[in-house]
Design a protein around this ligand. Structure first.
Ligand SMILES: C[S@@+](CC[C@H](N)C(=O)[O-])C[C@H]1O[C@@H](n2cnc3c(N)ncnc32)[C@H](O)[C@@H]1O
Length: 329
């Protein structure tokens, strides 16, 4: 039985839009889960649920539903029974049990809940709806060359792995704030995040860009050339841990300002230990995807990757050698 993630909201006419994304990844064309979901018509005690458009379908993975045979769900403040193929429990629904108000004025509007539970300090909790995410993206200054790379990568296998424009902008900004001159990236893929960083580095600076897959690395190298940043990027084709060990053996400990970790998630702890040697005091190490599509917070999900990311997060939380900040981006 496949897992899906979904976001349910009510529009003015009290019909529902269900945004479905396969849990742990995107529901890509041809994906059997997606076909099954697209074929699905749910009835919520008289309310028809319409499937969202494909573009929306790709966007929302914030709120987690679990696929189940049949179930009762609470949408906003309504309790509705789902017959047939149903979905059970999601983050917003769990919150809605504890919240004093839930607002879903329109499927595209910013869905928010106000948690009256004192442990949340009565904060308004905003979930990232398609409309809000569109707004964020419309406020990203994406260089033309990055847009071209993103569009070329879109048709490639694994394109969902690429960091998003807002993430890349944050990485580039961190590098600028730090005044970084020596950077490392683990997991280059076709080069989007590394190019974003290389573009803001001064000419004398250097980014060690490490990737095990030769084919995607070729695309990255093409774009470093096109962007005129090749001289700043030291491409390492190989396994990330091997590359880091060789940098240490080469006497480069404490010489890096910034590192971005976006390779094999189960190796994060090992990468982190090696990077702690390579990155200088007051340097920055960014580790991607520590929320793992929300799975780390779900005690029912215990696959090896999720468990390893959860354990890494716990270790970092308790590690007095570093200051930390978990960012939901
Ligand atoms: C999430 S993608 C990186 C996305 C990239 N940062 C971007 O913005 O496009 C992860 C990449 O890490 C690479 N990778 C996975 N395990 C690796 C390893 N052990 N050593 C080096 N690269 C690895 C994969 O081949 C894949 O291209």
């Amino acid at each position: 039985m496949g897992h899906v993630t979904a976001d349910v909201s009510l529009n003015d006419r009290v019909s529902c839009t269900v945004l479905l994304v396969k849990k742990g990844g995107r529901a890509e064309a041809g994906d059997p889960t997606r076909s099954r979901l697209e074929a699905l018509t749910l009835s919520l005690t008289g309310l028809e649920i319409e499937m969202a458009s494909n573009s929306v379908l790709y966007r929302c993975s914030l709120i987690s539903f679990q696929y189940t045979g049949a179930a009762t769900v609470i949408v906003g403040r309504r309790t509705v029974a789902i017959s047939g193929n149903g979905f059970r429990a999601c983050t917003s629904i769990r919150l809605s049990r504890n919240c004093c108000s839930c607002s879903y004025p329109n499927p595209n509007d910013t869905a928010f809940v106000v948690a009256d539970d004192e442990k949340y300090g009565n904060k308004q909790i905003i979930s990232l709806t398609p409309r809000l995410y569109d707004y964020i993206l419309s406020n990203v200054r994406e260089p033309e060359i990055l847009r071209q790379l993103r569009e070329e990568t879109a048709s490639m296998r694994g394109s969902q792995m690429q960091v998003s424009p807002d993430q890349a902008q944050l990485l580039a900004m961190l590098v600028q704030i730090l005044g970084a001159k020596r950077c490392i990236e683990l997991g280059v893929y076709t080069g989007y995040s590394s190019l974003a960083v290389a573009l803001v580095l001064p000419d004398s600076a250097c980014l060690v860009a490490c990737e095990r897959d030769a084919k995607s690395l070729e695309v990255a190298k093409k774009y470093y050339e096109l962007a005129g940043v090749s001289h700043k990027v030291d491409v390492k084709h190989g396994m990330a841990a091997d590359v880091l060990n060789s940098l240490i053996l080469n006497g480069e400990s404490c010489s890096y300002d910034f590192a971005f970790v976006d390779a094999e998630k189960r190796m994060n702890q090992e990468y982190f230990e090696l990077l702690l040697q390579l990155v200088r005091v007051d340097g920055v190490i960014v580790v991607d995807n520590v929320l793992w599509h929300g799975k780390v917070a779900d005690p029912l999900i215990n696959d090896a990757k999720t468990a390893s990311i959860r354990s890494f997060n716990k270790n970092i939380m308790e590690d007095p050698r570093v200051s930390i900040s978990m960012v939901c981006i």
